[in-house]
Design a protein around this ligand. Sequence first.
Ligand code: GLU
Length: 288
Amino acid sequence: MTSTYVTRFAPSPTGYLHLGHAFSALTAYKAAKDAGGKFILRIEDIDLTRCRTEYESAIYEDLEWLGLDWDPPVRRQSDHFEEYAEALETLAENQLVYRCFKTRQEITDEIARAPHLSPSGPEGPQYIGAPLKANEERSLMAKGAPYAWRLSISAAQEFLGEKFHALHFTAELENGETQRVNATPALFGDAVIGRKDSGVSYHLASVYDDALQNVTHVIRGQDLYHAAHLHRLLQALLALPEPVYRCHRLITDDNGKRFAKRDKSATLRARRMSGATPEAVRAELGFR
Ligand code: GLU
C-alpha cells in the first residue's frame, strides 16, 4: 500500500496570522501539491485563555485570501479534549506520568537549588521531579489543588528499555535530503504533557493529532525543531507511527528579528488593508 503524502498547517488562534505563518502555510501547501498529497488545516486551540474564535475565523479568511485551500474537515483541538485525556490515561496506566502540584516559581527555585540535576534543554534548564506519596497526593487532591501531568523521563526509559536510546527521527533538510537523528528526549526533563488548566499540552495534542490525521510529513518552523525529540518519544510510548520532520527557516523583519503576533504591520490583514495583493505577498515570501 502506498501511503499518501499528508502535511498540515497547525496555527494557534491567539492573534492574526503574520508573514511568518504565511510562509509556513505556503511551504506546507507547496510540499503537498508537489507530492500530489494532501494539505490539511488544524486549529490548535487548547489554550482556552489565549485562543479566540474571532482569530480562528480570521485564519480561514486570511488563508483563503492567500489562495490556499485545504482538505476538509478542519480539526479543532478544543473539540477533542476527551481524546487527549484518554491518551494521557494510557500513559498513566503504564505509570509514565505523574501529577505535579508545584507552582512555576517552586519549579524555578528547585532548578536553581539543584542545577546539576536539571538537564539543560533547548529552552533552558529543565525540571526532573517525582510523584508524591499516595497519601500526600490524596490530601492535595481533596483540597482541589491544581496539578499538571509530567512525563517521567526515567519511567519512559525503563518502559522502553534498550529502545529508549535507539529512538531516532527522520529530519528532512532544505535540499530534500533526509537524515536520521538520534532522539534525545531527556533534553526536556520531565516535560509537562497535561497542563494545569486544560489537562493537555501542545506536545501531546500535536503528536496525537498528527497520528490520527495520518500526517506523513510534519512541516513547521525551525523554532520547533527540538520538539521532535520529545514527540518521537511520545510516539514510541503510545505506539503511534512516526512522520518525517521538516523544519523551515524563520521569516524575519528588516532587523533580523522573527515576526511575532504583536508586530501588527506584518499581519496578513494589515497587508491586505494597505492594498497588497495576495500575489505580492506570495512573491515577497518566495512563492508564485
Ligand atoms: N500551534 C503551533 C504554533 O502555532 C504549531 C505547532 C506545530 O506545527 O506543530 O506555533
